[in-house]
Design a protein around this ligand. Sequence first.
Ligand code: PMP
Ligand code: GLN
Length: 390
Amino acid sequence: MATSSRAPLTSRLAGFGTTIFAEMSALATRTGAINLGQGFPDTDGPAEVLEAAVAAIRAGHNQYPPGPGIPTLRAGIAAHQRRFHGIELDPDGEVLVTTGATEAIAAALLALCEPGDEVVTFEPYYDSYAACIALAGAQRRVVTLRPPDYAIDPEALAAAFSPRTRLVLLNSPHNPTGKVFTRAELELVAGHCRGRDVLAVTDEVYEHLVFDGREHVPLATLPGMAERTLTISSAGKTFSFTGWKIGWATGPRALVSAVQTAKQFLTFVSGAPFQHAIAHALGLPDAYFESFRTGLQAKRDRLCAGLEAAGLDVLRPAGTYFVTTDIRPLGERDGRAFCLALPERAGVVAVPTVVFYDDEDVGRPLVRFAFCKRDEVIDKAAARLAGLRG
Ligand code: PMP
Ligand code: GLN
C-alpha cells in the first residue's frame, strides 16, 4: 500500500523508539532469562483485594465509571493521604483517578505546560517524563543526580530554572536510583517553587517502599507547597497489581480540574471493577503496609548481597523496587552492551540506566536490577550472576 513520503512519527516523538522496559522484557521472553529488568512483582497482591475485584466484576461494575473516579475510591485516596501523610483533601474536586500514574503524568504535563515552557526534572529520569514533556511541546531542564549518594547540587538546581520554568517534576522515592529525597533537599526545591511561582508535580508511586526507618516526605506537605503541588501515585506498586493501572492525582482544585480536562480526552475513564478493589485495598490496616515494606527491604538486602558477591559495585537503594550497580569492577564500561549480553552470559535481564540520562557519560556504567521477585528467583539470579566474576 502506498504510504506518505513523510515520516509517520511526529518530530516531537522522534528518538523515543520502544521503551527500555518493553525491550528488556521482550529480551527476557526471547532468551528465557530471569527478568530483573522491568519493575513488576512475580506474585499477586493481597488475596482479599483480588477477591474484591472478582466481586466487583460479578456485581456488574463493568461499565464506564464516573470521569473523576468512583466516589468510594476517591474517598479512599483522600483517607490514605490523611492517614499516611496528614494531607487533607476534598474527594470531590481534589482527587482524580487515572489510568495508572503514567496517565496522570501525561495529563498533568499536557494540561499544565504551554509549548516552550520548561520543566525542571532530575536525571536519571523515568522514561515517560521526557516523552510527555516532548508531547506537551515543552523543554526539559535536567539536574543530574550523581552516584554514590545522588544528592542535589544546589547550584545545578538553581541553574536549571529560568523565567520559562513552568513546573518541577520530581520523583521520590526515585526510580531508577532508589534515592529518597531528604527533607532538606525537598525544602531546596520548594524554595525555588515558591520564590519563582513555579508549580510542582510529584511522582510518589514508591511512597510505601522506603527502607531503614527513613521517611517519605510528600513535597505537598512543605510550607506553601500544598497550593502549588499536584501529587501523583498509584496502586500498582503499593499493592502489587501493576497490570490494573489504577492511579491518581491529588492537589488543589484548579490543578486537578486542569488535569482532568486533559485526562478525559486520553482515556476518559478506565478499570471500573479495579477501582472498587483498590478502594478496598486503600483501607487495609497499617500492618499490611508495614509488612510489605519490610518484605521488600529484605529482598533488597538479598539481591544486594548477591550482586556484591558477583563483583558488582552496589549503590544500595533507600527505597523502591530497584538497585543500581556500577559494572566497572567487572572490567565493563558500557551498561547497554553489558545488558544486551547478560542473558547469554548469565541468563539474567537487567536495565541499562544510561537510557534515563541526557548526560550519558554519568549513566554509561550503571545497570539497574529489580528485586520485587520471589526469594528463590533472586537466589537463582544471584547464583547465575556469580559466574560473571571468573
Ligand atoms: N513513575 C515511576 C517512577 C514508575 O516507576 C512507574 C512504574 N510503576 C510509573 C510512574 C508508572 O506507574 P503506573 O504503572 O501506575 O502507570
Ligand atoms: N515502572 C516500571 C519500571 O521502572 C516499568 C513500567 C513500564 O514498563 N512502563 O521498571
